[in-house]
Each structure stands twice: as structure tokens, then as C-alpha cells.
Design a protein around this ligand. Structure first.
Ligand SMILES: Cc1cc2nc3c(=O)[nH]c(=O)nc-3n(C[C@H](O)[C@H](O)[C@H](O)COP(=O)(O)OP(=O)(O)OC[C@H]3O[C@@H](n4cnc5c(N)ncnc54)[C@H](O)[C@@H]3O)c2cc1C
Length: 409
């Protein structure tokens, strides 16, 4: 007789780990999540971001789309502009929302974490547990933590992000480090009320000369989320040693149209967090026996498509769905099926996102002018159709899911 998967160990309480765990809890699989950070408050830190329609379609499969959307602001337009304020393209998102039945939203990361954490249950999340190693045998997986403790389960889910320790053991520490993209994202949330300053419902995406970009959108009536993306060459001129980050970014973007200067000037110095952007070129296995990688641990991508979390959610939902009906004896095959169903889509996202990032590295005025012309000619048509073709292709829908979840809504 086949035995069901009794216990899953999930490493990392980020978006991928919590989504996988929430999907498993929903199907009655025993799950324990181990998170290296020590304070629950730290898990709730972090800025805002975009979740596109596909993320909500995936969340719907584990019954969480409405809870996440409740604390998010629905985006109606995605608008591209030059650093002279000229509109290059404007995507109307309502028609896609109506077409696929799920919104695109901006939200605080902490809001998503709160919904996911509640779905998993605090008692299933062990904080201050940093994985240092794992081993597997015919009956299960044993994981070891920094404090000397161990845990054992049927399956190990490595959801521990870009520099995954689970992945490092899988690769026997023999893998190049993540690939640096050549730019930094300085992200923050600022208090800036005023519809006339930043209108609700538009995601603004500004592309400038000198390797600079600037993204912003309203999160609620008082707050605005923004991301200043600076190439290495541009960053050479951003002096954060001699002045504050706010002042240095204010100087770098001083010639840009409002509200860019106003947004930067309104931001608390401590709220501005620079993150250097990395991914991994697609390739290499995500599974080994009873061990599987998910989210950034498996398929880290640059931020240009705003899809890293969306793909982490998709992968978590699909993995949980497959594990919920897997037999313990057949685990390696189930995990391999998971990888096969997700690999192509995640790789396409990673590659497309990387290419878009290269466009942002253009510095000179002439090349940027050509890029503006290209964006004006192609972004409202070809680029939008390609982007949506990828985002809403049918690979997620084709993935087998358990009947219980299929009937969930
Ligand atoms: C600037 C920026 C903007 C972005 N904007 C968007 C966006 O708009 N939309 C979008 O969809 N995506 C966006 N992304 C991508 C998105 O943030 C990531 O893809 C997503 O957070 C990945 O989630 P994860 O759970 O896989 O990894 P992580 O969020 O990195 O979570 C991993 C967790 O594992 C824990 N951990 C690590 N090592 C261990 C260990 N050894 N033991 C135990 N626990 C461990 C960590 O503490 C962490 O909590 C953005 C990324 C950046 C950098």
C-alpha cells in the first residue's frame, strides 16, 4: 500500500517557503518551517512590490488571493516614461484583469507575509533555525541547524533564497556564485499623501540616460513605494560616503521630472535600502531524491519583470499540490515532475528579465534616444503582448493539481 507524505520540512519563511507550507497545510500534510532570522518582526520588514495577475491566479489555488488583494492596491495602468517626462507607452491593465479574472496589485511585502504566515500558523514556524547541512537515506531526510539541533521528515523543501544553503549542499558547494546584473536597486516606502503627486492605480516606470531608472506607485492614500535603479557606472557618481543616501540619490536624479525629486526628498534616510541585483542563469537540477528547491533558491531572477515573487508563489503552489497527493515511495518522481512542469516557464522569465535589464544599462544620450524611439514604437504593442503572453501562458493552468484544490473556488 502507498503511504502519503507525512512530514515536510521547509527551510526559509520567505514567500516561497510560506506559500509551499500554506499549500501543504491546506491539504493536511504535516509541515514545519525553519527560518534563520530570529525575530518575527524582521520577517515583516521590507518594502513594497508588484504582484501580477499570474501570482493572484496561483494564490487562488490555495484560497489566498482575496486575502492578499484585500490589503493591496489594484493597478490599472503600467506607464513607461523617459527621464524628460515623455510618455513612451501606457498599458491598460483592466482588460487583462477582466480577461484572466485576477488583478495586478502593488502591496507591502509585510502584507503578503502576514496572510501567508496566518495560513501556515505561527506554531509551525521555527525562528532562529539556520540550516547548515542535510543528508538523506531511503526513509527520509535529516537536517542540521547551526545550534546543533536536527529535524527529520519525508521531504526537504529548500526555500532559502538566492544564496540557498540547501542548494549549496545539493551542489556539494561546487557552483559559481549568483550572477551580478550590473545594477543596484535602492528601494523605499515613503509617506507622501496626495493624489495629484502620485495618482493611485498607475505603476510608473521611468527610463533615463546615464544608466538610471526610477519606478514608483502609490500603495495607499499616504504611502508611495519607489525603486531607483542605478547601473554601476551611474553608481560611481552616487556618493553615499560624503552625504546621505537620500541626498546622493536626490543629486543623481536632480534633472528628472517631478515627482521623482519630491519622492526621494520625502523619504526617511533609514528607509532607503540598496540591493545589488543578481540572478542565476537557468540550468542545473532543482531536485535530488527527497530534496527540492523552490523560489529564489531554484530560479532567482532580476527584478525587471517584477516576477521573482510571482514565480516563487507559482512554484510553491504547484509543489504543494503535487506533494499533497504524492506517495512517500514515489517522492523522487513527484519532485522531478514538479521540476519538469516549472523549469521552462521560470527559465523564460529569468532570461527575459535579464534582457530587459540590459536595456537599462544604456548610458549615452544617443543610444537612450534610440531606446526611447524603440519603446514608443514597440512597448504598446509587441513588448506588451510578449510580456503578457509570458505572464499568462497556460503552463500554470496545465499543471496537475489535486481535486480538492481544483474545486476550491
Ligand atoms: C529590489 C527588488 C525588487 C523586487 N520586486 C519584485 C516585484 O515587484 N515583484 C515580484 O514578484 N518580485 C520582486 N522581487 C523578487 C522577490 O523579492 C523575490 O523573488 C522573492 O522574495 C523570493 O522569495 P523566496 O522566498 O524564494 O526567497 P527569500 O525572500 O530570499 O526568502 C528566503 C528566506 O530563507 C531564509 N534563509 C536563508 N538561509 C537560510 C538558512 N540557511 N536556514 C534557514 N532559513 C534561511 C531567509 O532568512 C529568508 O527569510 C524583487 C526583488 C528585489 C531585490
Amino acid at each position: 500500500m502507498m503511504t502519503a507524505v507525512r512530514k515536510a520540512l521547509v527551510i526559509g519563511a520567505g514567500i516561497a517557503g510560506l506559500t509551499t507550507a500554506a499549500g501543504l497545510v491546506r491539504q493536511g500534510v504535516e509541515v514545519e518551517v525553519f527560518e534563520a532570522r530570529t525575530a518575527p518582526g524582521q520577517l515583516l520588514s521590507g518594502g513594497g512590490f508588484m504582484l501580477w495577475h499570474n501570482a493572484f491566479l496561483a494564490l487562488r489555488r490555495i484560497g489566498l488571493d482575496e486575502a492578499v488583494a484585500a490589503d493591496a492596491v489594484r493597478m490599472r495602468y503600467h506607464e513607461f516614461r523617459s527621464d524628460r517626462g515623455r510618455r513612451l507607452a501606457r498599458w491598460q491593465l483592466d482588460r487583462y484583469t477582466a480577461g484572466c479574472g485576477a488583478p495586478a496589485c502593488a502591496l507591502r511585502r509585510s502584507s503578503l507575509h502576514k496572510v501567508l504566515t496566518e495560513a501556515v500558523g505561527d506554531h509551525r514556524i521555527r525562528l532562529g533555525s539556520r540550516l547548515t547541512g542535510w543528508s538523506q537515506d531511503a526513509d527520509g531526510v535529516t537536517v542540521r541547524f547551526e545550534d546543533g539541533s536536527t529535524a527529520r521528515g519525508d521531504v526537504l523543501v529548500g526555500a532559502d533564497g538566492l544564496r540557498s544553503a540547501v542548494r549549496a549542499v545539493m551542489r556539494r558547494n561546487f557552483e559559481p556564485p549568483p550572477r551580478y546584473a550590473g545594477y543596484t536597486a535602492w528601494q523605499a516606502i515613503t509617506r507622501l499623501p496626495g493624489e495629484q503627486v502620485v495618482p493611485t492605480g498607475t505603476f510608473f516606470n521611468l527610463w533615463g540616460r546615464g544608466g538610471l531608472r526610477f519606478l514608483y506607485c502609490r500603495l495607499n492614500e499616504n504611502e508611495v513605494y519607489w525603486d531607483a535603479i542605478t547601473s554601476d557606472r551611474a553608481a560611481g557618481g552616487i556618493d553615499t560616503m560624503g552625504s546621505t543616501r537620500r541626498a546622493a540619490l536626490g543629486a543623481a536624479y536632480r534633472a528628472w521630472p517631478e515627482p521623482v525629486g519630491r519622492i526621494i526628498a520625502s523619504t526617511d534616510e533609514d528607509a532607503i535600502l540598496p540591493v545589488s541585483i543578481h540572478d542565476r542563469p537557468p540550468g542545473g537540477r532543482w531536485t535530488q531524491g527527497r530534496v527540492v528547491l523552490v523560489g529564489d533558491a531554484a530560479h532567482p531572477m532580476t527584478l525587471n519583470l517584477s516576477q521573482g515573487a510571482g514565480q516563487a508563489i507559482e512554484s510553491g503552489v504547484v509543489l504543494a499540490g503535487l506533494l499533497g497527493r504524492a506517495s512517500a515511495e514515489d517522492l523522487p518522481r513527484t519532485l522531478a515532475a514538479f521540476e519538469a512542469s516549472r523549469r521552462g516557464r521560470a527559465a523564460d522569465m529569468t532570461t527575459t528579465s535579464w534582457r530587459i535589464g540590459r536595456l537599462g544599462l544604456v548610458h549615452g544620450s544617443l543610444l537612450c534616444g534610440i531606446r526611447d524611439l524603440f519603446m514608443r514604437a514597440a512597448f504598446d504593442t509587441i513588448a506588451r503582448d510578449q510580456s503578457y503572453g509570458l505572464m499568462l501562458d497556460d503552463r500554470l493552468e496545465r499543471t496537475p493539481i489535486p481535486a480538492a484544490d481544483r474545486n476550491a473556488r
